[in-house]
Design a protein. Structure first.
Length: 252
């Protein structure tokens, strides 16, 4: 039976790859590499760099696929559902065309597959449909959230307090009032800059572990403009930017 591996490859630094992930890479016959256009070609190169570093033989193939674009209408959930369905159709065709019954295919997922990534959910959907039969396995990775905390030398939570993980879109809708520490991912709109409470502490990082990595921290009102500048510089240097940050109420 076909096998699909969904491998978490860390937040950008090839040294973050776990031994389990290295072993999984070397089990794969085919690597499915997303093509997100020239603007994000650096992401493709980073994946290939990981493979070049850890693959022990040349007995594998790289298969690129075009990633469908997501519509952006006021109905966000409907847009995502349609987008995931288009990706599912792409994956289903790839599995049928590129893998024989006894071969293993792999996706290299940024960070950890269980945290704000759609690959696992889409593969689960295809597995349940059964049009193409396969088994699948998840290999966890170091998330950008963990890498952020390590780079800033902080714990994500204060003693006995929870951590709330959300997205930039959700943060714009509603800032969690009772959350002591809020981790924000997928914030392409720089939502931190629009927050009313400028006394919040922010610990921010972009492309963590990559050569163009940028970090900033401090009182939100003091550093938000600097973060916007750094974010633009990272995008210009790499062609893409993935940032994550922790917001925390100051100690009283």
């Amino acid at each position: 039976m076909r096998k699909i591996l969904i491998i978490g490859v860390g937040a950008g630094d090839p040294a973050q790859i776990t031994i389990q992930a290295i072993e999984a890479l070397n089990r794969a016959d085919v690597f499915f590499i997303p093509d997100k256009g020239a603007e994000k070609s650096g992401l493709r190169q980073q994946r290939l760099k990981i493979c070049d570093r850890y693959l022990k033989s040349a007995a594998h193939r790289f298969v690129e696929y075009k990633t469908p674009s997501r519509a952006k209408t006021p109905d966000y959930k409907a847009d995502v559902a349609a987008w995931h369905e288009a990706i599912a159709a792409t994956f289903e065709a790839l599995f049928a065309r590129e893998l024989t019954e006894d071969q293993c295919g792999a996706f290299l997922v940024w960070g950890d597959p269980a945290l704000y990534d759609s690959t696992l959910r889409i593969v689960e959907t295809l597995h349940a449909r059964g049009a193409v039969t396969f088994d699948y396995e998840i290999i966890p990775g170091i998330s950008s959230v963990q890498a952020l905390a390590a780079q800033h030398k902080i714990a994500l939570n204060r003693i006995g307090e929870p951590v709330h993980i959300t997205t930039g879109r959700k943060l714009r809708e509603n800032v969690p009032e009772n959350a002591d520490s809020v981790v924000v991912m997928l914030d392409g709109e720089e939502s931190f800059a629009a927050l009313d409470d400028e006394d919040l502490e922010i610990f921010w990082g972009a492309n963590i572990g990559c050569p163009e990595q940028a970090l900033a921290s401090g009182r939100l009102g003091d550093v938000k403009d600097r973060i916007k500048e750094l974010r633009a510089k990272v995008r210009a240097a790499a062609g893409w930017v993935m940032d994550v940050y922790l917001l925390r109420k100051p100690m009283r």
